[in-house]
Design a protein around this ligand. Structure first.
Ligand SMILES: [Zn+2]
Length: 441
């Protein structure tokens, strides 16, 4: 075992093979240089003891405190204080092949990239002086300018809160395929997300039996639709979905597949969910960004005066919160039943099962000035016959909605989200949506 292995049990993984070999040969040289003059004539046993002492001394030197101190200083430079790939604060890892500082999660992804994956811990690994110099000369700001020079507006740049598949494909697109560099564009590179038509098989969960079956999906840029067909050769699509009504989110846990994608759209004033996956992470993320690309092009036409920054948040969005609560019916005398809730911006939907195709009901949360509020507790005298005790009352101009949560922490978390939504001012589209819900219910 290498004498410095106590530095980190995962050293081989952290430093990569090349670096550990060079470190090893350096230590051997160090040992030879130190031992040779004085070891001559030393008894064999004594020589072994001396070797032990020297190797311990060398191990301390290999920790290379000087390099760590220098790296910590480089980390103070603007841009190096957040992960170059996901924006997580205080990155503690560095890619010494790319010259960027990254978080622990992204370092794991980098390590698996065959050509660019030499990552080291700022505090635990041994750094060459040349590597430290390389980090100082480059760093996150410089390398972002190179590798993120031309990221399309519609491309979803994941944060540290996003799932593994999104972060991994972003890192691969950025450094392996170099899709967002000036060179890629100059050499005529074509992004897979920008095609007039995208066609392929995706695994789709059956609405009634819950089985995943292969279905043909076609995304058309020109008419802004996503269609799917139940039979490979069928001419008539099972569904034609307008992209401007689509919200796509990765839901690996709920769907039970690391590449699980949920597509939600509105049809006849109802929310409809479809659950998809593809065996290939790249394929499913390409589909996701292709949907966003079509949505973006559609919006550019629909809102010609709007800036890119205004349109970007109108593409797909993550749900604010999902989870179980219990609810009672409109008369509030029925029993409390456990339901799966999804808060999508102002829309609170509930489902019997998290993977249901249709919501059982929807509550639109307007601004507080219109008579909406959310508070802890249930009205006095509510017959609370459910299993859970932590109540929430949502008031709307039409009626009160009563919910219970399993724990106080869940109750507080839901309330925080409801109150944030209710306090946010409404857009003209949200006013018309709110009016529509009032008419409907
Ligand atoms: Zn990161």
């Amino acid at each position: 075992m290498a004498p410095w292995s106590h530095v980190s049990p995962h050293r081989a993984q952290i430093c990569g093979t090349a670096s550990s070999n060079s470190a090893k040969s350096r230590t051997s040289e160090c040992l030879r240089a130190s031992i040779t003059p004085s070891a001559t004539g030393v008894e064999a046993a004594g020589g072994r003891a001396l070797l032990g002492v020297l190797s311990a001394g060398c191990a301390r030197m290999t920790v290379n405190e000087r390099a760590t101190r220098a790296l910590k200083e480089i980390l103070q430079k603007p841009g190096n204080d957040t992960c170059a790939d996901c924006g997580a604060p205080d990155p503690e890892w560095g890619s010494c092949s790319l010259g960027v500082f990254i978080c622990l999660g992204c370092s794991g992804i980098h390590r698996n990239l065959p050509n660019v994956g030499k990552v080291k811990s700022v505090t635990l690994s041994r750094w060459e002086d040349s590597e430290v110099k390389f980090m100082a000369e480059n760093g996150n700001k410089t390398m972002k300018a190179k590798y993120e020079a031309v990221v399309p507006v519609y491309y979803y740049k994941p944060s540290h809160k996003d799932c593994q598949v999104l972060r991994e494909q972003w890192i691969r697109a950025k450094y392996e395929r170099k899709e967002f560099t000036e060179e890629f564009v100059e050499t005529g590179g074509k992004l897979p997300y920008e095609q007039e038509m995208r066609e392929g098989q995706l695994m789709k969960r059956g609405r009634d039996n819950g089985q995943f079956l292969s279905r043909r999906f076609v995304l058309f840029e020109r008419d802004g639709t996503l269609k799917y067909y139940t039979k490979h050769d069928s001419k008539v699509p099972k569904a034609v979905i307008k992209v401007d009504t689509i919200n796509a989110t990765f839901q690996p846990e709920k769907i039970g597949n690391p590449n699980g994608l949920q597509i939600t759209y509105r049809k006849d004033y109802c929310t409809r969910n479809i659950f998809l996956y593809h065996e290939s992470s790249k394929e499913i993320v390409d589909w996701f960004n292709s949907v966003r690309a079509v949505q973006f092009h559609y919006m550019k036409v629909a809102f010609p005066g709007a800036s890119d920054a205004e349109l970007k948040p109108r593409l797909t969005r993550n749900f604010l919160k999902e989870g179980y609560m219990e609810k009672t019916g409109p008369r509030q005398t029925e029993g409390f039943k456990k339901r799966w809730f999804t808060l999508d911006r102002r829309l609170l939907m509930y489902f019997k099962d998290p993977l249901d195709a249709f919501a059982k009901g929807e509550v639109y949360l307007g601004h507080r000035d219109l008579g909406y509020s959310a508070k802890a507790g249930l009205p006095a005298g509510t017959h609370c016959n459910g299993a859970w005790q932590h109540g929430i009352t949502i008031e709307t101009p039409d009626r009160n909605f009563l919910f219970t949560c399993e724990s106080e922490a869940e109750q507080q978390d839901w309330l925080t989200h409801f109150n944030a939504v209710i306090a946010t001012s409404m857009s003209p589209q949200e006013y018309s949506m709110e009016a529509l819900f009032k008419r409907k219910h």
